[in-house]
Write a protein that binds this ligand. Structure first.
Ligand code: SF4
Length: 315
């Protein structure tokens, strides 16, 4: 057996197989905070280059809090779901004002910061402050549900309470960071969605799952919605004319103005956002009155599909 308890088995496995990640190699609280905001809805591989660039531009809460929102959004470009950037910015301002620039350690204080829900608060407590608290991300939910052969719908509040209790029962007395990292890594690399690789799993001797590929159970997803969006490429004297979004989608970002459909678009690209599948067509047009010109070599923060549509039109 790999250890006398799941925590012990995870500890041994992690020493050899744990992933090296920039926010683990140096888990300063601000680095953990930034990584947790970026990792909401974005994969580890996609986050890493953005994380390094962010740290060069905003190395601490003071520099982030002092930055104008336009610069923060520009720096977030490519990660999507810009409300995270806005919340991270607001959290940095709150940390500067309320906590003299020090990221708080307790769950209630963390929860009181903008953009920090129960998951992010417990992840920061575990990764930045080494606390032994249950952290339920998608990987840990999957591993825990399988370990306990939990076959109910995981999206209910009673399921959540069960999984939190189950995850808490696995915790060691100390070293919350290592334990949580190990559990996450087992989920990301071995106990994956679909068929897990049980023979390689350090927890196999503790696992009760009889048919792990069917766990966790989630209700069927809502149907996809297909949309078509027409946008104008308005270029005059090396300036592109853009309009600022008032939200809710892409609030504060600069968009290509809406356009009337034409028989032959200038360009077409497709992108997905939540359950929407969007076909974006561009047309060449005169700028609308409410548009603002920007030099083509100094673009403001734009959502990725609009930036790509502009780049394709400029080719
Ligand atoms: S034994 Fe298999 S199902 Fe159980 S936790 Fe490990 S990988 Fe997942």
């Amino acid at each position: 057996m790999n250890g006398t308890t799941p925590a012990e088995a995870l500890r041994r496995w992690f020493r050899q197989h744990g992933r090296r990640l920039p926010w683990r190699d140096d888990p300063a609280p601000y680095r953990v905070l930034v990584s947790e905001f970026m990792l909401q809805q974005t994969t580890v591989a996609a986050v890493i280059p953005h994380f390094h660039r962010w740290m060069e531009n905003f190395p601490d809460t003071a520099s982030l809090a002092a930055a104008p929102e336009a610069a923060v959004l520009k720096q977030w470009e490519g990660l999507g779901y810009y409300s995270r950037a806005r919340n991270l910015h607001r959290a940095a301002i709150a940390i500067e004002k309320r906590h003299s620039g020090k990221i708080p350690r307790t769950l209630p204080e963390l929860r009181a910061l903008p953009g920090i829900g129960p998951y992010t608060a417990s992840a920061i407590a575990a990764f930045a402050f080494d606390q032994t608290v249950p952290v339920l991300d998608a990987n840990i939910i999957r591993v825990t549900a399988r370990l306990f052969d939990f076959r109910e719908n995981i999206s209910t509040s009673s399921a959540r309470a069960f999984l939190e209790g189950a995850a808490a029962s696995l915790l060691p007395e100390k070293n919350g960071m290592r334990h949580t990292s190990a559990l996450m890594d087992v989920g990301a690399t071995i106990c994956k969605a679909g068929e897990p690789d049980c023979p390689r799993c350090p927890l196999r001797h503790f696992c009760r799952a009889k048919n792990p590929a069917t766990i966790p159970f989630k209700p069927a997803k809502k149907a996809l919605v297909h949309l078509t969006d027409w946008r104008a490429i308005c270029i005059q004297k090396n300036h592109i004319h853009l309009i600022q979004s008032n939200g809710p989608q892409w609030k504060g970002l600069w968009l290509l103005p809406p356009a009337e459909p034409v028989a032959k678009p200038l360009g077409t690209l497709k992108y997905a956002i939540t359950r929407h599948r969007v076909t974006l067509h561009t047309v060449s047009a005169h700028p609308p009155k409410n548009a603002t010109p920007f030099p083509l070599d100094r673009l403001p923060a734009m959502p990725t599909p609009h930036r790509k549509a502009l780049a394709a039109a400029l080719k």
